[in-house]
Design a protein around this ligand. Sequence first.
Ligand code: ADP
Ligand code: MG
Length: 491
Amino acid sequence: MSEPRRKRARIGGGPIEKYNGAVQQAIVSFGPERLVEEATAFAIGNGIVMFEQDNQAIHCPFGLVPFPVPASAFGEMEKYGPLFGRLVDRISRSPDFINDTLKGAAETDPFTAQLLKILNTVEKEGNTQPLRLGLFRSDYMIHTTNDEGKTQHRPLQVENNTIAASFAGLSTAISSMHDFLFSRHLPSIKPTLPENKAIQNLAKGIAIAHKRIVTDDGNWVAIMVIQPGEKNAVDQRSLEYALWEGYRVPVVRASLADIESAGSLAVNGNLQYGNNNVSVVYFRAGYTPNDYKSQTEWDAVLKIERSSAIKCPSVAYHLAGTKKIQQQIALPGVLERFCDEKDASVLRECFAGLWGLEKDDEATKAIIKQAIENNDDYVLKPQREGGGNNFYHEEMANKLKEMSVSERSAYILMQKIKPTPVTAHLVMKGELKTGLCLSEFGLFATYLGDGKNELHNEMCGHLVRTKSVGVDEGGVASGFSCLSSAVLIDC
Ligand code: ADP
Ligand code: MG
């Protein structure tokens, strides 16, 4: 590990445990089953639902009450959002840095190679749209340490999602559910619940971009690029509804294959889809190789990139959010190429230990040895998004032993963040499970820039994903964790 090992804190008896004890008592006096019934009815009634394999909608797995987080740690996470927005935009406008950082990964990972190829094609042709829009979600876990009796809660970044960051809709509704359950049914508890308008704020970001593009002639729509058979469509729909309700921006859902067949580039560079001009292309697909069944989908991405529509994200933003770039900017001096000193020193506070594996030098051999011998302290991550791809424990150790140096270029090694477990109440398919859990906090932010000016850069709201202790991965759709919201505790 690059940082000195410190003793992990026990929260026992502290403000979080105290708060949790009071909530537990309130739940018991109200009746856990009755509260689950109230919560489940709210969830179904307010669209906190996902589709299952058979296309039946069920309530998504959720935390019955919000997950406690030290107020200071939450404040820090909120502060990082706009800084990451600015950083991603600046990295995206440095294609040489992106190429240098990803060329090793691209040699063994065809997915990264294809994205780079599109980036370089468009860079060479000359980019037709300087405006770039990001709907980001930066994810953190709270690392708790206890140095000489002083407990510190420090959010460490898991990753910054620059493409298809999901759950703004469902988590906005979960925050409303928690507010309802406390104020209506558990009034003895007066929790500090941070305002959560994630979905309205993300819609605002798209609407601002849309307004910059539309002209009086023709019909203008925003496209939401979707995966066929999407199970999390309700979350996506809430963005569509917020865009219509708040701004009268029409959204058309289309897969990459649809765009390739019904989309065309006008002489003036406009992307046309059917009879519509396209203002913004918002991707909720395209982040995994599974979304590219054939060359057709890649052709669609190139067509979109070549157009004057505002991409959310552009391929450059997508690549700026990859794990290899995350690791590279954590190296001494790299962040400072893109940020002023003040922003860089703030951002560094949330960086966990990160290591590239592309070299075969002594330092790399040493960190690999360390990770193999202490396999609970590290996570091995490939250049992938969407959950379920990382390696942990024995599997990580074996993978580290068997990979060639060039294969290793498409992976990063990361310090395992170990938050202090807290008792939580999870509701899955109407069943309540109470036990020790960990949470991951996602902070949404939107960014619009033209390379010279920052036109919009705003924190948008939050998401909490809670999972039982011992579960390594974190996805909700993939069944690893439950959606929740945050309650702020003065620690
Ligand atoms: P993906 O792009 O697949 O979402 P992530 O980096 O978010 O990749 O990793 C997936 C999940 O694995 C996270 O949601 C988190 O639960 C867990 N995870 C990832 N990195 C770490 C880490 N450094 N420490 C602890 N858990 C981690
Ligand atoms: Mg993730």
